[in-house]
Design a binder for this molecule. Structure first.
Ligand code: GTP
Ligand code: MG
Ligand code: ZN
Length: 222
């Protein structure tokens, strides 16, 4: 498979925030809606991306930057359905930064993209501290992780524009209290938009697709 893989070494090239602003300017100039997807490992980042591609790729041109410590497993899934994708291997690094994303942007057909997903490294500690140039910061939490995650990793929830609660299909088997989860998330981030979904069954996904389509259109008309 012809997937561009970028290996990241020790590369300190200046301030992350300046580079993120540069990336954002570049993406804005092309009217690309860019979403930074963060979560713990396995919460469902790739599943959300794949389900969204399935629903919206006939209408909009989608591309993906995949961030992982190692491997190109997720990028292969995206590439298999004909979507442009760049894999960034951080070589142990626990988050993406704006310089890595710049490398990714240099390897994507920017004039031909409406929606760009950046799948961050699965980690709840630090990805929120690194702006990438995104417009929307999206955090996925999944029911098997427990309803106390916003207490334990507040910054990830406080810094996000959207929280997706995934794997709601598993709720009957768990002690997950959705009301309690919502209450803490709302307390940390009163403006947050929360979508409870199941990427597996499709429950709740229409609301997410509708919201996303609205954002893509808004971006195009800016
Ligand atoms: N039951 C259930 N399983 C799900 C759902 N969404 C994803 N999964 C499963 O959860 C596992 C992890 O999903 P991924 O989409 O790979 O998660 P990820 O966040 O991309 O994982 P990393 O990239 O490794 O951090 C897979 O086995 C998925 O099939 C869901 O809504 N319900
Ligand atoms: Mg993934
Ligand atoms: Zn980190």
């Amino acid at each position: 498979m012809n997937i561009k893989v970028i290996q990241v070494g020790e590369k300190i090239l200046g301030k992350n925030e300046d580079k993120a602003a540069e990336n954002k300017k570049r993406l804005d100039a092309q009217k690309i809606l860019t979403i930074n997807i963060m979560s713990s490992p396995g919460a469902g980042k790739t599943s959300l991306i794949m389900a969204t591609i399935k629903q919206l790729s006939k209408k909009y041109k989608i591309a993906v930057i995949e961030g992982d410590v190692a491997s190109s497993v997720d990028a292969e899934k995206v590439s298999a359905v004909g979507i442009p994708v760049v894999q960034i291997n951080t070589g142990g690094g626990c988050h993406l930064d704006a310089f890595m994303v710049e490398d990714g942007l240099n390897n994507l057909p920017l004039p031909n993209i409406d929606l760009l997903f950046i799948e961050n490294v699965g980690n709840l500690i630090c990805p929120n501290a690194y702006l990438l140039g995104e417009e929307v910061r999206l955090m996925i939490s999944s029911t098997p992780e427990g309803d106390d995650k916003p207490y334990k990793y507040p910054a990830m929830f406080a810094d996000s524009d959207v929280v997706i609660l995934n794997k709601t299909d598993l709720q009957p088997h768990l002690d997950f209290n959705e009301k309690a989860f919502r209450k803490v998330v709302d307390g940390l981030n009163p403006d947050v938009i929360l979508f409870p979904v199941s990427c597996k069954t499709g429950a709740g996904m229409q609301e997410w697709f509708d919201w996303l389509e609205g954002k893509i259109k808004e971006k195009k008309n800016k």
